[in-house]
Design a binder for this molecule. Sequence first.
Ligand code: PLP
Length: 368
Amino acid sequence: VKNIPLIDLKPTHRKMEKAILGAIRDAYRRNDFILGEDVKALEKDMAELCGVAHGIGMSSGTSALEGALRALGIGPGDEVITTPFTFFATAAVIAYTGATPVFVDVEPGTLNMDMFKLEAACSPRTKAIVPVHLFGNPMNMSSVMKFAEHRSLFVVEDACQAHGAVHRDRPVGGWGHAGCFSFYPSKNVGGLGDGGMVVTHDSDLAEKIRLWRNCGRRAQYEHVALGRNERLDNVQAAVLRVKLKHLTAWNKERDILADLYHRELKETPVRPLEVRENSRPVYHLYTVRAPRRDELQKHLNGRGIGAGVFYPLPLHLQKAFAGLGHKAGDFPVAEAASREVLSLPLYPGLSWTSVRRVIAAVREFYAS
Ligand SMILES: *Cc1c(COP(=O)(O)O)cnc(C)c1O
């Protein structure tokens, strides 16, 4: 029998090879490489997807987050709140600006930020919140925005795993002062390399991010700020435009497969993450909490089934953040999650037969 990888891009890439190579060839023949017409078109597409006015193509999701925070004036002396149960970049970008990441534990059901613990994490230095829509599951953005407004805080959404997810009829990324996306190859929309995007309804903010990503340049040789080179390549944008057209269909497929997992795993000891009422997730990953997680992972891997742990070590216990002075026990929900979560294969093009094989292997493990 064939292996079932955790994520496989081949089934979708095979089908769209002609369209993608065609888009690359067009850009190649136009010699359109830096901030070209595909970048502008993709910026427009992403802004539209999120229901906002501006998109700014960036070199990665990391640079999207960093550019948004810097453009909001976040820097040394400031504190920015996020969760310890996310990809490293979410908190690293806060530190890149010179500000201090302040962690708030996650809620056990969704593994998104626990709103009840937010107040206690605020200080007079708090400037912004970076909520994460983990695994494509929307954070309760109406509460986040209400809280932020009340306290005059900025909100930068980390929507790097949540292209197309919706909370209360509004797409994620379009709620905060800025929303940030990654086009890392395995994300719900991924390039043939790195890429990212900031979306925002604020024209001034959009202009500042544009300056920062392009050497602080207002005109070709007029540099009004230091800035950096964090531009999205036009060739990547050309590929991403082809892929973005499939996002809705792919997310729908993810949803159907997740549903199959939900239904068929009900009788087993594994528990799927919860989805809030009013939220439409996009299942970047299908993640469960599993008793005897490490043994289950080994069992599945031994049967040729890819099962991965996101994330095995919460950020407050990472060496890179040792300077923050945290210790084990500081964020118990995140720490418990890191011992229990397991993500099962889920990607467009994955067959029902394969999902059933994964489910059978999970059942077999707990029956023994
Ligand atoms: C992927 C990811 C990022 C970073 O995106 P890159 O494009 O890899 O820089 C940030 N936050 C989260 C939650 C992510 O999943």
